[in-house]
Design a protein around this ligand. Structure first.
Ligand code: HEC
Ligand code: HEC
Length: 273
């Protein structure tokens, strides 16, 4: 027994050294794979490294040093963001949602305290971690020059794809589990943020890929929303019966129907007794 123990302990330093060597080699290899690689098409390494510094200070506590996400005791503190793309970072930071101030079910729109350059740097750093949509250029989201027909089409697309959550007039609405779709008018949402939200699907919002909504479609929707922002009346269509009226009618008749149904059940219940 004692002989065995000495033999094992005599052998173990060598074994331990070998194990440590193997572990270090593996770790080196892994970090080489995990470390963001800067390809030729990527922005200047200087931007990526200043982005890395900002990310380390402001984001890594919840998203991890390599954007892999952080989970403590089975609770997710922040999701993996390696493949969200620069557009998602730009959206989250410019709308003041990130860095999240405190743990919450849904981070709400807030004051952004970062400069455009800082946001771009962090976005470049996150983009280098994986794939995902790039930050759009103005020609992709600037709606000036759209024809009235194109803006009207944007209204149609909005009612088909967005109004279920954001309401016909873009006033926002409650979703299940205490979540909400924010209002899209009167809150300072920028055209760029609309493009980025569509392509990256923050939180409970679905991602609208270019195969679902082309860049032209997205621009039409942006044109429609900026028209709503400038003059709420612009949303009125269908010969004066605008979305607001429609919504009110749906609400009125919907509630009316429910009340009628409740009365009917009550009367049946009374009869059964
Ligand atoms: C206190 C924790 C916390 C901090 C700090 C934080 N985040 Fe987040 N982040 C979250 C959580 C939680 C979510 C998911 C919930 C949500 O989107 O509302 C999230 C979501 C995101 C998303 C959206 C991911 C997707 O799937 O679209 C991005 C991008 C993001 N964070 C980037 C950042 C960046 C960049 C920073 C630093 C500037 C940062 N976060 C700082 C907790 C944090
Ligand atoms: C299934 C519900 C749902 C649908 C459909 C949906 N959204 Fe959203 N949208 C959300 C939620 C939830 C958020 C808030 C995300 C967050 O808090 O991180 C949001 C956020 C946004 C924002 C950011 C607003 C802000 O305050 O910064 C924009 C812009 C937006 N959506 C536009 C659209 C457009 C345009 C469409 C249709 C093409 C659409 N959404 C369809 C649920 C939805």
């Amino acid at each position: 027994m004692s002989e065995r123990r000495t033999r094992r302990s005599r052998r173990s330093p060598a074994r331990r050294a070998a194990l440590i060597t193997v572990a270090l080699t593996l770790m080196g290899g892994l970090s080489a794979i995990a470390a963001p690689t800067v390809s030729q098409a990527a922005p200047l390494p200087a931007e990526v490294s200043s982005g890395q510094a900002l990310f380390t200070t402001n984001c890594s506590s919840c998203h991890g040093m390599n954007g892999q996400g952080v989970t403590i005791d089975g609770t997710q503190i922040g999701p993996n963001i390696q493949n969200v793309g620069a557009a998602a970072v730009s959206f989250q930071m410019s709308s003041g949602r990130m860095p999240m101030a405190k743990q919450a079910q849904q981070s709400s729109r807030n004051q952004n305290t970062f400069s455009a350059e800082q946001i771009q740097a962090v976005a470049a750093y996150v983009a280098a971690m994986g794939t995902g949509p790039a930050i759009p250029n103005a020609s992709q989201y600037d709606p000036s020059g759209l024809t009235p027909e194109q803006v009207a089409k944007g209204g149609e697309l909005f009612r088909t794809n967005c109004s279920a959550c954001h309401n016909y007039a873009g006033k926002g609405g409650a979703l299940s589990n205490g979540n909400y779709a924010p209002p899209l008018t009167g809150t300072g949402v920028t055209n760029q943020e609309i493009w980025e939200a569509l392509r990256t699907g923050p939180q409970n919002m679905p991602v609208f890929s270019p195969s679902q909504l082309s860049d032209d479609d997205v621009k039409s929707i942006i044109g429609y929303l900026s028209q709503l922002n400038e003059s709420p009346e612009a949303g009125y269509t269908l010969g004066g019966i605008g979305p607001v009226t429609e919504g009110f009618a749906a609400w009125f008749f919907g509630i009316g129907g429910l009340v009628g149904f409740a009365l009917w059940i009550a009367s049946k219940g009374a009869r059964a007794r």
